[in-house]
Design a protein around this ligand. Structure first.
Ligand code: VLZ
Length: 137
């Protein structure tokens, strides 16, 4: 069984978020703001039920889903697209496919060395983010 993802996680690195945002068609003004943000993930996991909150001083974004159950996602405040999302376990990775206008779009989360890892994919761009457990818990 994979380690629990639950908790508050603070961003410690963010590689090629710019490339990911460009692939999504995010405007340069918005990208400039978004690049400076220290994102925080607040994850509530109960078995295969997840709530993942991405928090920042500028914008928050929340999804909730059950593994293996397709859901409609509206990426409000990000690129504002409607996608059909499906999250599955691939070994100890939580892998999401986001079907829609953008090809090869999705993400993968896993825990490694007590850190939360995230790769975000869109049309050949890969953004790699790492989060550490917040000191406040
Ligand atoms: O995360 O898909 O953890 O949804 C960036 C917010 C949120 C900052 C990125 C403002 C969400 C950006 C990435 C303004 C353009 C994502 C999933 C995996 C859960």
């Amino acid at each position: 069984m994979p380690a629990s993802f639950s908790g508050t996680w603070d961003m410690i690195s963010n590689v090629n978020f710019e490339g990911y945002m460009i692939a999504l068609g995010i405007s340069s003004n918005l990208r400039k703001i978004a690049l400076k943000l220290k994102q925080r993930k607040v994850i509530e996991q109960q078995g295969d039920l997840f709530i993942i909150k991405t928090l920042s001083t500028f914008r928050n974004y929340t999804i909730s889903f059950k593994v293996d159950c397709e859901f409609q996602e509206f990426t409000k405040g990000l690129d504002n697209r409607h996608v059909k999302s499906l999250v599955v376990w691939q070994d100890n990775k939580l892998v999401c496919e986001q079907l829609g206008e953008k090809k090869n779009r999705g993400w993968a989360h896993w825990i490694e060395d007590d850190k939360l890892h995230l790769e975000l994919y869109c049309e050949g761009e890969v953004c790699k983010q790492v989060f550490k457990k917040s000191a406040n818990e």
